[in-house]
Design a protein around this ligand. Structure first.
Ligand code: IVH
Length: 674
């Protein structure tokens, strides 16, 4: 074998491992997806020719291997315990008092971690290489799922040795999860393929890990956060927080919302804070795990048969409830797709009153045998839209009625077309001027994450469309206070407030503007990514599919939907009319026109490494105030790279790209000048 080929393969393996780590663990990539794919293809090609180079820790192993016949059993070297639950502050107080008594000291410090709602796994590393992964099973015996775990992009196949040398043996425990948005996408695809839906992200993660064919697992958007260890030879941990830091150093994702150094009062506050944060997190959590931080004290406290005395799961209120389906109606969406919706006997599900739940489509209703009058289990999982997980056939009394999809659009009475999408059918109103579709588009257009027009809620939009006052997006900005005041239930004052709100909304960020258009597959995130990559709407409209696909985070479906949308002549007219109403689209990065004398004015700047004088976020704020656009990755378009201490790959990349590099002292001098 050629020496050069070996070197090329090893270099590619090392670089791909680093890029994958940056992308999946740090969320801070320095190359595009396309570049990554090119390198991976080249490595695959080499490894195919020289299979000896295809080691178990090669990034090519992420795609899955040959299917298994069955899972082997794995006996855990140290049992994987579960946790006692707490449901209120008193339970936590009791837990604390027990510890104080057993420990014989007053001051006990805790660490609080989000209780991730996923699937527990254990990863075993020998001399730094992942050799076995197992599910928790009954805590004593689990199943070997090594091939499947290798496909999880954020699971290191090899420990990073930047700070510490890899120990001879290390077992790392963590929770495999699927993010809420990935879960919604996964279910949407399953819906289109006519496959049964996962009830929640946890079930989806469990189902994905339990695949005998790891190639299927590889296509599932699994992720992991680690929270502990099993056996660890040659490593001494002092505290839970110290252990997590070491694990992070080995390249594992550790949850960013962990809090340390907490007293009892701190723990109770952390729980409240986490509860507030819960909704906005990208993944599901079902509580907070409280752990004694000091490992010496943990040992002293010891374990019961099934759970440790040094930890407690403080659960959030459940997000499932049982209620009755009163009626099933049909909603017409933005694109004309009909969605059956269950109207429910209102019920409190984890703090939110729920009175409707989506039923997805006709097939789904048939599969779950859902009938009007049924008692049903409702959950709020993943998305905020409640769903029906199952019904209780035993609780029927014979008066329940099956549901049939209407033959006509319930709104415009046009004929419904049954379109085949993969293996499932979708019912669609194909009348482009259907009022229901228009209402949905407008509703989306003015919603919180789009134009955010306060006072233009569901009912008013309905009224305005019904009255013919809104026929297009542009019409929103032509509404007059006098006309509005004539509407039913609209006082003069609120009409005035509304026109003011509409006027104020005319200044909009590019990201929000893109989102507001309601382009298929292009959600909030796509809006942000596009606005970071392009400086204006015109540039986005002119972008090719390849340009769009080149953006990290934009997939082929979104790229082609965005391109198709802007290539459409009607949409172009719509946008022209919209711009003629005086909308001002600003790019997200705040520009400060009053500082054109600053050397950073309208420059693209990347910050890297550690600054001594301030946090990176402060530096970013100063730069933005001086009119700079601060981006996270270095490209040929970058004007300056500000390199603090321990700058890494971005510095290398900037040097290669010929980007002007400045150190902290120079940066401080120039920013003061501004
Ligand atoms: S510690 C002995 N930390 O909760 C300590 N568990 O009921 C055992 N979980 O099986 C686990 N997030 O699947 C721990 N930050 C966290 C966790 C966590 C989720 C799950 C884990 C475990 C279950 C315990």
């Amino acid at each position: 074998m050629d020496k050069d080929i070996i070197k090329e393969a090893l270099d590619l393996q090392r670089e791909l491992t680093e890029h994958s780590y940056r992308y999946h663990v740090l969320d801070d990539p320095v190359i595009s997806d396309a570049e990554y794919d090119r390198m991976l293809r080249r490595l695959l090609e080499i490894e195919e020719r020289f299979p000896k180079l295809s080691t178990p820790d090669s990034p090519t192993k992420r795609v899955g291997g040959p299917p298994l016949d069955a899972f082997e059993k794995a006996v855990h070297s140290i049992p994987m315990l579960s946790l006692d639950n707490a449901f209120n502050d008193e339970d936590v107080l009791e837990f604390h008092q027990r510890i104080v008594k057993l420990a014989g000291r007053d001051q006990v410090l805790y660490i609080a971690e989000p209780k991730l709602d996923g699937v527990a796994v254990e990863l075993r590393y020998e001399n730094g290489t992942l050799v076995r992964a197992a599910t928790r099973g009954d805590g004593v015996t689990g199943e070997v799922i090594t091939e499947n775990a290798r496909t999880i992009r954020s699971v290191p196949l090899k420990l990073k040795e930047d700070r510490l040398k890899a120990p001879a043996l290390l077992e790392v425990r963590g929770e495999v999860i699927i993010r809420k948005s990935d879960f919604e996408k996964l279910n949407q695809t399953r819906l289109e393929k006519g496959e049964s839906l996962f009830a929640n992200p946890r079930n989806a993660a469990a189902g994905s890990l339990r695949q005998l064919d790891s190639k299927i697992t590889a296509r599932r958007p699994l992720d992991i956060f680690v929270y502990g260890t099993g056996l660890a030879q040659g490593l001494e941990f002092q505290s839970q927080s110290g252990m997590l830091e070491i694990l992070q150093g080995f390249g594992f994702p550790v949850n960013p919302h962990i809090r340390t150094g907490l007293t009892l009062a701190g723990v109770l506050q952390a729980y409240k804070d986490l509860e507030t944060l819960r909704e906005s997190l990208a993944y599901e959590i079902d509580g907070m795990v409280i752990k004694v931080d000091d490992l010496g004290l943990q040992q002293l406290l010891g374990e019961k048969i099934k759970s440790p005395r040094w930890a407690l799961a403080y659960k959030f209120s459940a997000r499932e409830e049982t209620t009755t389906i009163k009626e099933i109606i049909v909603q017409v969406g933005r694109t004309g797709v009909l969605t059956p919706v269950a109207l429910l006997e209102p019920v409190n599900v984890g703090g939110v009153m729920v009175s409707r739940a989506t039923l997805h489509n006709e097939d789904e209703i048939r599969r779950k045998d859902i009938r009007i009058g049924d008692k049903a289990l409702v959950v709020r999982a993943g998305d905020v839209i409640p769903k029906i997980v199952r019904i209780f056939p035993d609780r029927r009394n014979g008066t329940e009625k099956p549901f049939a999809m209407p033959e006509q659009c319930p709104v415009c009475l046009s004929k419904i077309e049954r379109l085949k999408l993969d293996r499932s059918y979708m019912n669609k109103c194909v009348n482009a001027s259907c009022q229901a579709q228009l209402k949905e588009r407008i509703r989306h257009f003015v919603s919180k994450k789009a134009f955010d027009i306060e006072g233009l809620g569901r009912k008013i939009v309905d009224q305005l469309v019904d009255e013919g006052m809104i026929r297009s997006f542009a019409d929103v900005f032509k509404l007059e206070a006098e006309k509005l005041a004539e509407l039913e239930r609209m006082a003069e004052k609120s009409a005035g407030n509304l026109t003011q709100a509409i006027e104020a909304s005319k200044k909009i960020s590019l990201a929000r503007f893109i989102y507001s258009l309601g382009i298929q597959h292009a959600g909030e995130n796509a809006g942000k990514l596009l606005s970071q990559r392009f400086s204006s709407l015109e540039e986005i409209m002119a972008a090719s599919v390849a340009d769009l696909e080149g953006i990290h985070g934009i997939g082929p479906e979104t790229a082609s939907a965005v391109h198709g949308f802007f290539a459409n002549a009607e949409n172009q007219t719509m946008i022209r009319q919209l711009l003629e109403t005086g909308i001002e689209i600003q790019n997200d990065r705040p520009r400060a026109p009053e500082t054109p004398e600053s050397p950073f004015f309208q420059k693209r700047v990347v910050l890297t490494g550690t600054l001594a004088a301030m946090a990176r976020s402060e530096a970013q704020a100063l730069l933005e105030a001086a009119g700079a656009a601060v981006t996270s990755s270095v490209s040929a378009k970058t004007d300056f790279l500000i390199a603090g201490a321990d700058a890494g790959s971005k510095l290398d990349k900037a040097k290669k790209a010929g980007v002007r590099i400045m150190d902290e002292a120079e940066f401080l001098a120039l920013i003061r000048q501004a």
